[in-house]
Design a protein around this ligand. Structure first.
Ligand SMILES: Nc1ncnc2c1ncn2[C@@H]1O[C@H](COP(=O)(O)OP(=O)(O)OP(=O)(O)O)[C@@H](O)[C@H]1O
Length: 589
């Protein structure tokens, strides 16, 4: 993580949880103090048990004389001890809750913020991204950032506790305290190369999890395909290979990171042995102080290793914040402005115009559309035909306001569709794609995706128009029937008719059917065509089709080839011309 990255990381946490962080530090300090005092109380306790212990008390710096004068009895000391431990336990609990809330708040904010950035990004910035990478960014990356915040809090708090213990230890015996801290610090620094290597391993692991995530998502999306091609073996091999690599990497990581603990434990034991030797042989420390110092250091050692472990976790997990930042910035830079402002969609009263429209996809060498000029009067049904790859879907996406063309303009009654009103225009367009999906919820909720405020009467009207009302009426749960995962409860033709009903509920200014009937049998095609034909004059419709039966009802037919319009006219006019595309389609050429 670069310095600027670290500053950004800390500033982000501070912006969400600034005040609470300070309160957390305050609670930690209080908990540390009470814990420290509950240890110091050991000195008078041990002193009471020792003959002539009074002199031990009066030798203590700062509080010695007061304690010696007060000379508390055993029961009082024990009660103070218990009170301190109770206070410390309650303070530690409050601190843990504070920490958890800070972590959850930051994570909720980062997740929502990234989700928003992705949701409002222009389609150009999204359509080529692997969905598994987006999933990874929203789940694993943020989980890692949460983990790293937990370690930052733990590091800050452990440092604070160390400072408190250091003061206590200095009060008890400053030469011994200095000795222990210098050696402890040196041990910590000596383990730096180990931490660096662990960090590199951590980064490798993140990349592997990302790969695994992609494999799983692709697998789930293509189970049917794998079955059809009997390619389960390949998928299982790919997955198990990935799992095996992750297993190896995690074990390597564990082998490496656990060495830190081993070295630290051995180092701490050596230091403790040396410490006891020096305390007895060189500094001739009394038993009460030696025992208390040993207890204090016994508490300090785990804190040092906690810092060591948390620094390691931080270095492994904090790079995810850089990923988060890169993604959020990328999608923000492609934000569809003004996504949330009140830009209104141009209203279609006369015609949709395309003038010299061209489209070259990012990274593509040749344009997918060139110089398309077309006028679609309101209320007309326009059919688009052309071979595969001729640019039909690209043109439909531009007309739906999903993409901005890279050349030329699209107008509604002469008003240009641009960055400012493209999203508003899109919200008045409805599309029925080649294969419609339904969400795993009730039919009513699925249909209301088209129009959240649609009344039941409007829903039934749309179902009638889409030729599917009868089927819904026959279902025991009617509109409350759950569609099943991706709508598998219904056939492809039924799903298409639900999708058409959903599109109609939107009362769109333009309805786009992108090969909406191509996957259907004759009966289902007939039903959809009947539904579309009944909308003539009422809606402006763009339909993309391969078969003549699916364009014969159109008012106007446009043929595309290699991204250009090569022919257009009325169906009957084109059908009558021997050499026309339509004539060739009808004769099966
Ligand atoms: N995201 C993309 N990046 C690069 N090239 C693309 C992208 N999407 C489509 N293309 C290319 O643009 C051309 C037009 O594609 P498009 O999907 O519009 O054709 P189509 O006529 O709808 O084809 P089909 O009938 O097979 O669906 C094709 O050559 C395709 O490879």
């Amino acid at each position: 993580m670069t310095l600027a990255g670290l500053r950004d990381y800390l500033a982000t946490i501070w912006a969400v949880a600034g005040g609470r962080l300070l309160a957390g530090v305050g609670l930690t300090a209080l908990a540390g103090l009470t814990e420290g005092l509950s240890l110091v109380i050991l000195i008078p306790l041990v002193a009471i048990a020792m003959p002539g212990g009074g002199s031990v008390l009066s030798d203590l710096p700062l509080v010695g004389e007061t304690l010696a004068r007060w000379s508390p009895d055993l029961v009082t000391l024990l009660m103070i001890f218990i009170a301190l431990v109770v206070a410390q336990a309650l303070l530690s609990r409050a601190k843990a809750l504070f920490n958890q809330r800070t972590i959850q708040d930051v994570s909720a904010q980062l997740r929502t913020r990234l989700f928003e950035s992705i949701s409002y990004a222009r389609w150009e910035a999204l359509h080529n991204r692997r969905s598994s990478d987006l999933n990874h960014a929203l789940t694993h990356d943020i989980d890692n950032v949460m983990g790293s915040i937990g370690s930052v809090l733990a590091i800050v708090q452990a440092c604070l506790m160390l400072a408190i213990y250091l003061v206590l230890a200095l009060l008890i015996s400053w030469p011994m305290a200095l000795f222990a801290f210098v050696i402890g610090g040196a041990l910590f620094l000596a383990l730096y190369p180990l931490r660096r290597r662990a960090n590199r391993h951590g980064k490798r692991l993140i990349a592997m999890y990302q790969d695994q995530n992609a494999t799983v998502l692709e697998f789930i999306g293509s189970i049917r395909l794998a079955k059809l091609f009997a390619a389960e073996d390949r998928q299982v091999r790919e997955y198990s290979g990935n799992v095996g690599r992750i297993r190896g990497a995690v074990l390597d990581f564990a082998a490496l990171s656990t060495w830190g603990g081993v070295f630290f434990q051995i180092g701490a034991a050596l230091v403790a042995a040396l410490f006891v030797y020096l305390a007895i042989e060189v500094f001739a420390l009394d038993f009460a102080r030696l025992a208390t110092l040993l207890v204090v250091f016994a508490r300090i050692a785990p804190r040092f290793s906690a810092i060591q472990e948390n620094v390691q976790t931080f270095l492994t997990e904090a790079p995810a914040f850089a990923n988060y930042r890169r993604n959020a910035d990328h999608f923000d830079a492609h934000r569809e402005e003004p996504a949330l402002s009140g830009a209104t969609a141009p209203s279609l009263r006369e015609s949709i115009g395309l003038t010299g429209v061209g489209m070259t996809y990012a990274g593509a060498e040749t344009p997918s559309l060139r110089d398309v000029t077309l006028e679609i009067p309101k209320g007309q049904i326009v059919a688009m035909i052309g071979p595969s790859g001729s640019g039909k879907s690209t043109l439909a996406d531009i007309m739906a306001g999903l993409f901005a063309p890279t050349a030329g303009i699209m107008t509604i009654d002469g008003v240009a569709i641009d960055a400012a009103n493209r999203r508003a225009w899109r919200s008045t367009v409805a599309s029925v794609p080649q294969e419609s999906q339904l969400l795993h919820t009730t039919l009513a909720s699925n249909l209301r995706l088209g129009n959240a405020h649609a009344t039941d009467a409007e829903i039934w009207d749309a179902l009638e128009r889409a030729n599917i009302a009868e089927l819904v009426r026959a279902l025991p749960d009617g509109l409350e029937t759950v569609a099943g995962d991706r709508g598998t409860r219904f056939s492809g033709g039924e799903r298409q008719r639900f999708a058409l009903a959903r599109a109609l509920l939107r009362k769109p200014q333009l309805l786009i059917l992108d090969e909406a009937t191509s996957a259907l049998d004759w009966e289902n095609q007939r039903m959809i065509v009947a539904a579309i034909t009944a909308l003539r004059g009422e809606l402006t419709i763009l339909t993309i089709a391969h078969r003549p039966s699916l364009v014969s009802f159109a008012d106007h037919v446009v043929a595309l080839e290699n991204g250009r319009i090569v022919e257009q006219g009325s169906y009957s006019e084109l059908a009558a011309r021997d050499e026309s595309k339509i004539a060739r389609m009808i004769s099966g050429g």
